[in-house]
Design a binder for this molecule. Structure first.
Ligand code: UDP
Ligand code: MG
Length: 315
């Protein structure tokens, strides 16, 4: 083994987590030390926090060179923050964990052991229970995973977050992807490799509040769907086809009725409803095309995934 190479890296994205970073560091270090001695690093990514997170991180990084920090120039979102962290890891094995420690850090070690035991490339955490989360969040999360599970070009495991342990090869593959809009759950699955699940209980947040609100989650869901499937676009084709065929049938049935029975063709309401219906369908699919087009537009700019304004303990 290359002497400068280390065994384990932990990536921790943090956005407005000033109450959590020190706690998280205190909690994780002894666990890593017990398992890996000095052969580990913790890579914190400050995702443009507006609170004291930066100062807290600086304090930690000044005292411990095994703590690396990447300070992003603004809030780029958790997906970009994770990407930034993964990009800077040096370990042979790499883990991603949230700063709020909802995913118990001891499990990280269990997942690592399991990875070696199973001789696989990735061990991802599957939540059997989610404590401290509202019914609505659980329900929408569940629906979303079900929906994307059906549509996505790759299988995205259900009840799986970003919490996982990966071999370096997998992270190298992830780092090579150039897309700027990164739906990491999809990317983790897309790169393939031999992935094995590990079940655990997800705890409630120790302190602070969730950084995701409804709008953020909605956009996240859209991102996931548009990045990993083009089925919504295809639906337009088939629905359009179906509507045209049925309208031809309806037209003929009216003509025949008129010729045979001599029925006067009536139906102001029918006309109104069909115009509204078809107008609605068209607008909806214009919107869906717009979602994809907008993403192509942003992707075509080839902007970097994130901008780091400062790095600590990184050469
Ligand atoms: N996070 C981030 N950037 C964001 C939002 C969240 O880096 O824009 C981090 C956050 O600090 C935490 C992790 O992502 O470490 C998960 O966030 P949170 O706990 O709010 O999500 P939840 O557990 O509610 O899904
Ligand atoms: Mg959380």
């Amino acid at each position: 083994m290359n002497p400068s190479e280390i065994t384990f890296s932990v990536v921790i994205p943090a956005y407005n987590e000033s109450e959590m970073v020190q706690y998280c560091y205190n909690k994780i270090t002894p666990i890593l030390e017990a398992k890996f001695k000095n052969s580990y690093e913790i890579v914190f990514v400050d995702d443009g926090s507006k609170d004291q997170t930066y100062l807290e991180l600086k304090k930690i990084a000044n005292n411990d060179t095994k703590v690396k920090c990447i300070i992003l120039s603004r809030n780029f979102g958790k997906e970009a923050a994770m990407s930034a962290g993964l990009f800077h890891t040096k370990g042979k094995f790499i883990s991603v964990i949230d700063c709020d420690l909802q995913d118990p850090p001891e499990i990280m070690i269990n997942m690592y052991d399991y990875l070696l035991e199973q001789n696989c490339d990735v061990v991802y955490g599957v939540r059997t229970e989610r404590l401290g989360e509202t019914f609505l969040k659980k329900l929408t999360a569940n629906l979303f995973y079900r929906f994307i599970g059906k549509l996505s070009i790759v299988e995205i495991p259900r009840n799986t977050g970003d919490f996982r342990v990966m071999k370096k090869e997998v992270v190298v593959a992830i780092n090579e992807l150039v897309e700027t809009q990164r739906f990491m759950k999809g990317i983790f699955a897309w790169v393939g490799f031999n992935q094995v699940k590990f079940e655990y209980r997800r705890e409630a947040r120790v302190s602070g509040t969730s950084k995701f609100n409804f709008v953020k989650l909605w956009n996240f869901a859209l991102e996931g769907i548009t990045s990993f499937t083009d089925i919504p676009l295809k639906v337009a084709t088939y629905l359009g086809f179906f509507l045209s065929i049925s309208s031809i049938f309806i037209m003929f049935s009216y003509i025949i009725k008129y010729l045979i029975v001599g029925d006067k063709i009536q139906g102001f309401l029918t006309l109104l409803i069909s115009i509204l219906f078809i107008g609605g369908v068209q607008l909806m699919f214009l919107g869906i095309i717009g979602e994809y087009l907008g993403r192509t537009f942003f992707e075509s700019k080839r902007r970097p995934v994130y901008i780091a304004k400062e790095k600590m303990n990184i050469k």
